[in-house]
Ligand binder design. Sequence first.
Ligand SMILES: Nc1ncnc2c1ncn2[C@@H]1O[C@H](COP(=O)(O)OP(=O)(O)OP(=O)(O)O)[C@@H](O)[C@H]1O
Ligand SMILES: O=C(CO)[C@H](O)[C@H](O)COP(=O)(O)O
Length: 300
Amino acid sequence: MSERNPIIAVTGSSGAGTSTTLDAFEHIFRSLGINAAMVEGDSFHRFTRPEMDLEKRKAKAEGSKVSYFGDVANDFDALESLFTDFGEKGVGTMRRYLHTFDEAVPYNQMPGTFTPWEPLGSDSDLLFYEGLHGGVVTEKNDVARHVDLLIGMVPIVNLEWIQKIIRDTNSRGHSREAVTESIVRSMDDYFSFITPQFSRTHINFQRVPTVDTSNPFSAKAIPTQDESFVVIRFREMKNVDFPFYLRMIDGSFMSRVNTLVVPGGKMGFAMELILKPLIVDIMEKKKAASQQMDWMQTYD
Ligand SMILES: Nc1ncnc2c1ncn2[C@@H]1O[C@H](COP(=O)(O)OP(=O)(O)OP(=O)(O)O)[C@@H](O)[C@H]1O
Ligand SMILES: O=C(CO)[C@H](O)[C@H](O)COP(=O)(O)O
């Protein structure tokens, strides 16, 4: 954690909706005049798509499994170094993993490849990470400890799989069978690397559908926002103004002392209402820490 160079991370599984939440964050950053360095978690994959296909075949031949959720296919050292460097000096490098032709063509590259590493803008107010591993902790790495505000984006698992299957088949050119195989192959790493993060988050947003999702592998469409509720759970946070949220968000209710439930269509509004004051607070601490540093340099 660093008051001078704060890090906000939205963490969630593949298809959970972390990229979709960008809209809410971008809106908050714009309204507060914040210049955020945006980092995509998939850029910390170790392998291009053809390399990963090879790794999958190698693992299968050895009787093991490799998935995008684990430490074999992702460089947690590089991710932690980025968070350390940004926290200490406000610097770092980023790249992108290009999933689709639409993303790849402007770079004159193929889908499933990386753009070159490039420096983050030098005048970034904060680092914003969205991806698989913003709260990961392993024997070797502790990424979570660098994050000032850690948000979990966690649809219930059937919905998560529907979102992944529909998105990967419609936009990323994968077959339904390939996506199903990848969900099954990733299961061990899902338990080891993905779910433990949601006990480290400050707030989890869990979308729960109100339509039948009992066979996610045959679903034809993603349940809409209006066909869902969002369970918002606050962990070890003081001064959460639940009465204010209940007044402001039509149709919301409390299901536990630390848990607010809002209609799915209100998710963006709820995110903005809850997260904006937390981000304002982060920026105020940043300003105070920078002033203190300036003062110390002046009188040193
Ligand atoms: N609240 C929502 N309501 C309806 N659809 C949603 C919602 N959130 C996400 N989706 C849909 O689910 C799919 C997956 O979302 P998204 O691409 O944001 O996931 P992701 O977490 O970024 O996945 P990955 O890490 O694999 O890139 C997309 O098709 C998106 O439109
Ligand atoms: O979104 C993902 C993880 O967050 C994808 O599963 C991963 O990036 C690999 O993508 P692809 O199979 O399209 O090469």
